[in-house]
Design a protein around this ligand. Structure first.
Ligand code: ZN
Length: 249
């Protein structure tokens, strides 16, 4: 369960404006949809790269802000997230690499949303077809006596061998450019010994169709730390597919 108790007060280094941030005492990351690019849909803890937009107009990373302490409550404003439409501007004016990576990662997820919509519609339609076919194959044969005795009809369960297809992923030049730059930056960090970027790199390479690099990266990933995502991404690399994939936990 996500529990918030009181607020943190942080000061923006650009103009000295103070803001409140919720003080989480426990976090719940559960969501009803997970995606291989790291997007969580329906989560109580929304994806947050720590980017904020200060009242003075500057883009800030929360990690750069000055911690002033905590309080039960406060009248100070809370800080705006960077709106999706402003991400290109945030990328162009990023004050350092960390900000650029955070902004490009947000932009990557944002630009994949259009595909997510197409994917959901396609999957829903295919699953509805599977269900209709099943009902046609399993007509309700209860007679009036069965119904009188309140015998239930056979219950539908999606057959294990039902078709599973997905629409092609055709990233725009904007998406390709952003993924290419983001993977370059993360690759440099990885080479410099910064841990924790291999899984994301594997996924970025895969979505760009750079399967050899993706394979190399996924093989270097710690599967114990990513018991669901790493094997899934590996399977998709071996299938030579570039689609962002939805999964459930
Ligand atoms: Zn400011």
């Amino acid at each position: 369960m996500t529990i918030v108790r009181g607020v943190h007060i942080l000061e923006a280094p650009c103009c000295g404006q103070r803001y409140v941030f919720p003080r989480y005492v426990s976090l719940n990351f559960s969501a009803f949809e997970y995606w291989t690019d790291g997007w969580r849909e329906g989560s109580l803890m929304p994806n947050d790269e720590g980017l904020r937009h200060c009242q003075c107009g500057r883009f800030i990373r929360v990690a750069e802000m000055l911690q002033l302490g905590s309080a039960e409550d406060s009248n100070l404003p809370s800080m705006q997230h960077v709106k999706n439409g402003l991400l290109p501007q945030c990328i162009a004016h990023a004050s350092d690499e960390k900000m650029e990576v955070a902004a490009r990662r947000s932009y990557w997820l944002h630009l994949n949303h259009a595909y997510r919509e197409i994917y959901r519609k396609h999957r829903d339609a295919e699953d509805a077809e599977t269900k209709n076919r099943w009902h046609a194959d399993h007509p309700d044969r209860r007679n009036w006596w069965d119904k009188f005795r309140r015998r239930k009809p056979l219950e539908y369960r999606k057959p294990a061998d039902s078709p599973f297809t997905y629409p092609a992923f055709e990233p725009t030049s904007e998406q390709i450019l952003n993924m290419s730059r983001l993977s370059q930056m993360l690759h440099n960090w990885d080479q410099a010994g910064h841990e924790g970027h291999k899984l994301e790199l594997a996924e970025l390479y895969r979505e760009q169709g750079r399967f050899e690099e993706a394979l190399e990266m996924i093989q270097a990933t710690n599967e114990k730390e990513n018991p669901v995502t790493a094997p899934l991404i590996k399977r998709l690399i071996n299938q030579r597919t570039t689609v962002p994939m939805r999964y459930r936990m």
